[in-house]
Design a protein around this ligand. Structure first.
Ligand code: FMN
Length: 461
């Protein structure tokens, strides 16, 4: 029987009041909407109307960014997404949480709770959290070294998966007449003793509707790619050119294969920042208006922050200072330094690759990147074209969309772009399941302890 046509996955990344740093200046809603749930529930309903796979919340345990010029900060994602899940029925909810500044038991429990409450729509975007500001909220002077962060992340994920598996699916018997609630042999301690953690288990939350919540991973350094290809169900990434997208996509599938995984079990979802207008001129006018609030230095400042060079050291009309860039990259690659303040290699590479491939000046580069991701400014057809191109040319299985402003940017995408993707046969016209794993085309994993049980049962024969 012919397999169903390959369909792309789409997440809606709710970055504050919009993916553009100046969104709050033209805000369609008051900035204190970020402290309520209605704003996020509304965007989730719009996204669900467009049969998107999930909404996504980035996060970090620090007040990052300049509070003098931006409404930075925000509600904690797992708490907020619980309220969003209750206001929706199908759309997935992806919460970002750090492996560096959490402990496995509590975080595994929180995400499992969200999966039960949402009826199997929860995902955890696994980050190790770059930057020194967060570190200083947890008794450290600076971000731990890259390889230390990812070493901890790998062990953290091992534990979280064991905890989520610690109740077998048929552990609960609920025989109230005879007073037997569960088969205790099917609720397992995990007895983990490792370099960073020791955790007894079991989890005090039963196995979730998805078996395990979906694991998303964001971080494209060597460590990030290793952890992502080994554990993640989906990768949120940031390539800015089609060539780099294709290279990353192929590399991650090969890495997954090397871990003994089916490469189709790993969905690659690059970010895309969008500014959409009914005409190209209208889209650019909308973008220029937003840009005018940030000014060229403000836009260049975002580039500077991600490459670890002061904006005052950049000449807007010149290319990036490649000699300095090479030094930063060398320091970054030196496992014993904390170049970029421990910042993201992924964002660093994404920016310099675009600048180098197209020989862009700083000013030109700053017009092509928003929130660290590739920026598409144009009509709904042009947005659908670039999504289709990346999807069909081996650069993406889906995308994490970051509209310039909410809610209008989400509405335009859902009402104007989604119908085009459907007509092209590359996106769903309706939900055919109720869990996020189903939407993403992922199977429901068995508990690792079932295998053990099966082995013991077989041995006992
Ligand atoms: C696409 C993308 C999204 C990210 N989102 C977050 C985030 O929401 N919160 C966070 O603390 N780190 C985020 N990061 C950074 C990494 O997860 C992590 O902090 C890591 O240290 C740096 O990433 P790297 O592996 O690219 O160097 C993101 C990185 C990428 C590439």
């Amino acid at each position: 029987m012919a397999s169903p046509p390959r369909q792309m996955s789409i997440g809606m990344n709710i970055l504050g009041l919009g993916g553009h740093g100046a969104a709050w200046r033209l805000a369609e809603v008051p900035s204190n909407s970020l402290l309520g749930v209605e704003y996020f529930q509304n965007i989730a309903r719009i996204s669900e109307r467009g049969t998107l796979d999930a909404i996504f919340l980035a996060d970090g345990p620090a007040l990052n960014g300049n509070v003098a010029t931006n409404p930075v900060g925000g509600l904690e994602p797992t708490v907020l997404l619980t309220a969003v899940a209750l206001a929706t029925k199908y759309i997935g909810v992806i919460a970002t949480a750090s492996t560096t500044y959490n402990d496995p038991y509590n975080l595994a429990r929180r995400i499992a709770s969200l999966d039960h409450i949402s009826g199997g729509r929860a995902a955890w975007n696994v980050v190790t959290t770059a930057g020194d500001i967060a570190a200083q909220n947890f008794g450290l002077t600076g971000a731990p070294l890259h390889q230390d962060r990812y070493g901890r992340a790998a062990e953290f994920l091992d534990i979280a998966i064991k905890l989520w598996d610690s109740w077998e699916d048929d552990a609960v018997i609920n025989d109230w007449k005879n007073g037997v609630f569960a088969d205790a042999k099917k609720v397992h301690t995990i007895d983990h003793a490792g370099e960073h953690f020791s955790v007894r288990g079991p989890l005090n939350v039963r196995r979730t509707p998805q078996g395990r919540p979906v694991l998303v991973q964001a971080g494209s350094s060597e460590g990030g790619k290793s952890v992502g290809s080994r554990y993640a169900d989906a990768i949120f990434t940031t390539q800015t050119t089609l060539e780099d997208g294709q290279a990353f996509y192929a590399e991650m599938r090969n890495r997954a294969r090397a871990w003994g995984r089916d490469p189709d079990s790993l969905k690659i979802m690059p970010g895309l920042s969008t500014v959409i207008g009914s005409t190209e001129a209208e889209a650019h006018a909308r973008c220029d208006e937003l840009d005018s609030y940030q000014g060229e230095l403000g836009l260049a400042g975002q580039i500077a922050a991600r490459i670890g060079i002061a904006v005052s050291d950049l000449d807007l009309d010149a290319p990036l200072p490649w000699d300095r860039i090479i030094d930063v990259r060398a320091a970054q690659r030196d496992a014993n330094t904390r170049a970029l303040g421990g910042g993201s290699h992924g964002f660093f590479e994404a920016q310099i690759n675009l600048a180098r491939r197209e020989n862009l000046t700083v000013r030109q580069l700053s017009k092509r990147i928003r929130s660290g991701h590739r920026l598409a400014v144009g009509t709904p057809e042009q947005i659908a074209d670039t999504l289709e191109e990346w999807f069909k040319s081996g650069a993406a299985d889906g995308f994490n969309i970051m509209p310039d402003m909410f809610p209008s940017g989400a509405e335009i995408f859902v009402d104007e772009v989604v119908p085009l993707l459907r007509r092209r046969g590359i996106f769903r016209t309706e939900y055919t399941g109720t869990t996020l794993r189903h939407h993403l085309g992922l199977s429901r994993p068995k508990s690792q302890y079932e295998d053990e049980e099966d082995c013991e049962r077989l041995l006992a024969v």
